[in-house]
Design a protein around this ligand. Structure first.
Ligand code: BG6
Length: 255
């Protein structure tokens, strides 16, 4: 029955909080590998968590992906945050338009009735282009805004899935295999122990910017992501992890 199911999910949450060292874990029913509605349920949980912590004029930085797109879908109008600003956390990392951080921050803002700013950066950017781009006044302005974000919302991916989705070259896929990459978040790749293996160059938030003063909400589910979630939480335990039952159960098995 429903009471028993809810108790089961609460128990999973408590166990994961202890195991992963994450302050707050929210587990929704189902498996997002199989059912798309589960991503929207994680999205719903993410929006209510965001609304609980957000201040009226906060800056919220978001990443891309299909999970974050489902988060944006669940946003509802909210006059309290009409002055809040949604921004992409980082520049282009190779996604279809609907799954790009820019699109998702605009979507969140327009559904909430809040503000947004875009960051235009090509996906693959050379060292030279990178250093001149960050000097552009308009880019500088938005970078400052991004740095000031107090809340960051992001997805986590399986390393190989993400490398393929980004059309990475074979030599890079070989490197990920050799170094046993299992997780990807923010364009960074990690091994099972949560060690950083590769950084994709783009402007915006860098991993080192995720200090203690920023509240980080990670949203990732499906049993296929269990290893990735475990690895990333070793690198930087999030303030809030929103996941699903299938990922939660597999997570408890691999630890
Ligand atoms: C990407 C982010 O847009 O989405 C990645 O850049 C993240 O850091 C990924 O891992 C997650 O995608 P999805 O579709 O599995 O939610």
């Amino acid at each position: 029955d429903m009471m028993k199911d809810l108790l089961g999910l609460r128990e999973l949450e408590k166990k994961l909080e202890a195991d992963l060292g994450v302050k707050k874990v929210i587990v929704v029913a189902g498996n997002s590998d199989q059912d798309n509605w589960v991503k929207r349920e994680m999205g719903r949980a993410c929006i209510s968590e965001l609304k609980r912590i957000i201040e009226p004029e906060d800056v919220v930085a978001v990443m891309g992906g299909t999970t974050l797109a489902a988060v944006a879908e669940m946003m509802q109008p909210d006059p309290k945050i009409k002055k809040a600003v949604f921004v992409p956390a980082r520049g282009g990392l190779g996604e279809q338009v609907e799954n790009q951080a820019n699109t998702i921050s605009a979507e969140l803002a327009s559904r909430a009735g809040a503000q947004y700013r875009l960051l235009h950066v090509p996906d693959q950017i050379s060292e030279e282009a990178y250093s001149s781009l960050v000097l552009e006044p308009s880019v500088k302005d938005i970078l400052k805004l991004i740095q000031s974000a107090c809340t960051v919302i992001h997805g986590i991916g399986d390393a190989k899935t993400m490398a393929k989705r980004r059309d990475s070259v074979n030599s890079f896929i070989d490197k990920l295999n050799r170094e046993e990459a299992v997780a990807e978040a923010f364009g960074y790749y990690f091994n099972r122990s949560g060690e950083l293996i590769h950084k994709q160059r783009t402007i915006g938030l860098q991993l080192d910017d995720l200090g203690e003063h920023k509240s980080v909400i990670s949203v990732a589910g499906g049993s296929s992501k269990a290893e990735a979630i475990a690895a990333y939480m070793k690198y930087r335990p999030s303030d809030v992890l929103i996941t699903d039952e299938a990922a939660a159960e597999s997570l408890l098995n691999i630890r």
